[in-house]
Design a binder for this molecule. Structure first.
Ligand SMILES: Nc1ncnc2c1ncn2[C@@H]1O[C@H](COP(=O)(O)OP(=O)(O)OP(=O)(O)O)[C@@H](O)[C@H]1O
Length: 333
């Protein structure tokens, strides 16, 4: 079976706050090409997890999906699914591991029991094959599969639980997989191994995968495409090597400069000044990034830049495409 494509269109997700409903994801268009791994990066609060929840139509109150669609080939618009259809799609059609998965296991049941529950709730006929597949996935991630399945969550380390979460995301053979910070509790070496395994399984099973992380270095090793989020917007998107090798959005450039591993020279790594906006400090108009932008112009105060796609690269920036020397001095802050 071919890997499915995923098309997120004009997605807006709001959270209810004392100041009214405010957007955590705003007007996002993002296409996951069949068979690719798309990484989503951005600082804390940029809307990455909210986007991940939307792919499963799982945004919880006080949040709600205010607009948009998430079309998955063979499944239709996930945002239109309700009740039993939605429950079945989650796990079986769209596998997922959410942030802090290491804390989301049931403490009263062994991992094996939870695996069987998962299989039964999705009408898996061959439960033996399911257990075999789970053991195999755990073994590939460097664990004794049989022993892990016999364990309770408190008997496993944070990193082991995280790998169990990844196994549960993959074991039902969903064709679309969403991994939110899959490797945060892992040390660097295990992290690299797990990312390699995610890549291998992704290829073997012809998946379409979304990996959310704030670690640009990690995503560079595993992703085909990269989407950069800031203030609820996707500000840049394209093939990972192109985006990292020739970043066009000032925010992407700032993120890259802040990573010693990518710049190759510790002394050149520079933290991005300022802080990302929260829902309460998002500007009501203009570009969400302008407060921190080195290429800010007058138009950025008033007009939100549209996302423009050219040659497979998408950028939402007024200054992009204008060589630095053409940006008037008076426009630079
Ligand atoms: N339940 C909630 N109620 C109110 N606001 C929320 C809620 N969940 C998230 N937000 C806000 O929505 C925005 C986006 O949050 P989200 O968790 O999607 O970002 P993120 O990029 O995944 O961040 P992190 O890397 O810290 O997980 C943030 O400003 C956050 O404070």
């Amino acid at each position: 079976m071919e890997a499915p494509g995923v098309r997120i269109r004009d997605l807006t997700v709001v959270y209810k706050t004392p100041a009214g409903e405010l957007p955590a994801v705003r007007g996002v268009d993002l296409t996951l090409a069949p068979g690719t791994i798309t990484g989503v990066v951005g600082e804390s609060g940029s809307g990455k997890s909210t986007l991940a929840f939307s792919l499963l139509n799982a945004v919880q109150p006080p949040g709600r999906i205010a607009a948009g669609s998430v079309e998955i080939d063979g499944l239709g618009d996930v945002l239109a699914l309700r009740g039993e259809d939605l429950r079945r799609a989650r796990g079986r059609e769209v596998g997922y591991v959410f942030q802090a998965a290491q804390n989301s296991l049931n403490p009263l049941k062994t991992i094996g029991k939870q695996l069987l529950d998962l299989g039964r709730s999705h009408d898996v006929e061959d439960l033996r094959a399911l257990v075999r597949d789970a053991r195999d996935l755990l073994a590939r991630m460097g664990m004794d599969g049989a022993r892990v399945l016999d364990s309770y969550q408190h008997e496993l380390s944070g990193g082991m639980r995280q790998r169990v979460g990844i196994m549960l995301a993959l074991v039902l053979n969903a064709k679309v997989v969403v991994l939110d910070e899959p490797t945060t509790a892992l040390d660097m070496i295990t992290q690299a191994t797990i990312l390699r395994i995610i890549r291998e399984v992704h290829e073997e099973r012809a998946l379409t995968t979304l990996v959310i992380t704030h670690d640009v270095g990690a995503v560079a090793e595993v992703a085909d495409d990269l989407a950069v989020m800031y203030g609820g917007r996707v500000v840049e998107h394209g093939p990972v090597t192109e985006v990292l090798g020739d970043a066009r959005h000032p925010y992407t450039r700032g993120l890259i400069r802040a990573i010693p591993r990518l710049t190759g020279d510790l002394s050149l790594a520079r933290a991005l000044p300022g802080r990302p906006p929260t829902l309460g400090t998002l500007p009501a108009q203009g570009c969400v990034f302008r407060e921190r932008c080195e290429r800010r112009m007058d138009v950025c105060e008033t007009d939100d830049p549209a996302a423009v796609t050219r040659d497979g690269r998408t950028v939402a920036c007024h200054a992009t495409g204008r060589p630095l020397e053409l940006v008037g001095r008076e426009e630079l802050v």
